[in-house]
Design a protein around this ligand. Structure first.
Ligand code: SF4
Length: 105
């Protein structure tokens, strides 16, 4: 039991370190929770400033993502409230062409 817990903690730290490395050195696009668009609702899902406004997330999860009035970028206007919405948000996250959608869990 103790050993399992230790492995999980180490894996979490490993993933966090890898994400930090790639954000700092630009080796991989990962949404940056320090660079969220200002319109995003409070909660785990967010859009960062790398969004190119392709509208794919709005088409994929219309209950949770919206475009700004000027159409320059998307934002999370409502956090998912059930498994179905969470599934669509996860699909939007996975489909974003510039990895501008994040989920802090
Ligand atoms: S899918 Fe990504 S790039 Fe396209 S509008 Fe949504 S957040 Fe922006």
């Amino acid at each position: 039991m103790f050993l399992t817990s230790t492995i999980v903690i180490e894996n979490d730290l490993f993933v966090q370190n890898i994400q930090s490395y790639y954000i700092v050195y630009g080796g991989l696009n990962i949404a940056d929770n320090t660079n969220k668009v200002p319109e995003s609702s409070f909660g785990p899902y967010y859009v960062d400033e790398e969004c190119i406004g392709c509208e794919l997330c709005v088409d994929t999860a219309p209950k949770n993502f919206k475009m700004t009035d000027d159409g320059t970028h998307a934002y999370v206007h409502k956090q998912p409230e059930n498994d179905s919405e969470k599934e669509m948000c996860d699909e939007a996250l996975a489909s974003c062409p510039v990895d501008a959608i994040g989920n802090d869990g």
